[in-house]
Design a protein around this ligand. Structure first.
Ligand SMILES: [Cu+2]
Length: 164
């Protein structure tokens, strides 16, 4: 009987711990997210980018992303290629050293949503899930509702969505 109570108590504590994380549902990664936004699209547009500042509370690596609004979701890097042309390409992962803010921004690292299933209207929000691996290879994830905006400072929708 005591055992049962103890196990119930620990379940309760577990639930409390996780639900106190305002923005993270399920098995939340230890990552703070700030200034997240996804660029709005026009009808028929195939792809768009997502941007945010990620600060991990332990050494983590962003290994993949997903969103129900896109057939294909990738982590991209943009940099100057040959002939002084900006090029972007998918990368296998993005290291997030503990305590260091890593910025995903236009012209640099970004989340790439392709083969969009819908137009992303300004001032709406879309679900995006980030998947991380820690130094031991354990996976965790973070479910976000990311504001859709025209530019980072266009309006309030692009203000930080995750605060402690
Ligand atoms: Cu891209």
């Amino acid at each position: 009987m005591l055992k049962k109570i103890l196990s119930l108590a620990s379940t309760f504590i577990f639930v409390l711990t996780f639900s106190s994380h305002a923005f993270a549902h399920e098995d939340a990664a230890h990552v703070d997210v700030a200034d997240a936004w996804v660029r709005a699209t026009v009808a028929g547009q195939q792809g768009t980018g997502g941007f945010m500042k990620l600060t991990a509370r332990e050494d983590l690596r962003l290994v993949r992303i997903s969103s129900p609004v896109a057939e294909v979701s990738e982590i991209h890097e943009m940099k100057m290629g040959a002939n002084n042309v900006m090029e972007m390409r998918p990368i296998a992962g993005l290291d997030l050293p503990r305590g260091k803010a890593v910025e995903l921004k236009p012209g640099s690292y970004h989340l790439m949503l392709m083969s969009l299933k819908q137009t992303l209207a300004k001032d709406s929000k879309i679900p995006v899930t980030l998947y991380f691996k820690d130094s031991k290879g354990a996976e965790s994830r973070l479910n976000l509702q990311v504001p859709v905006a025209l530019a980072p400072t266009a309006d309030k929708a692009s203000q930080p969505i995750h605060k402690h």
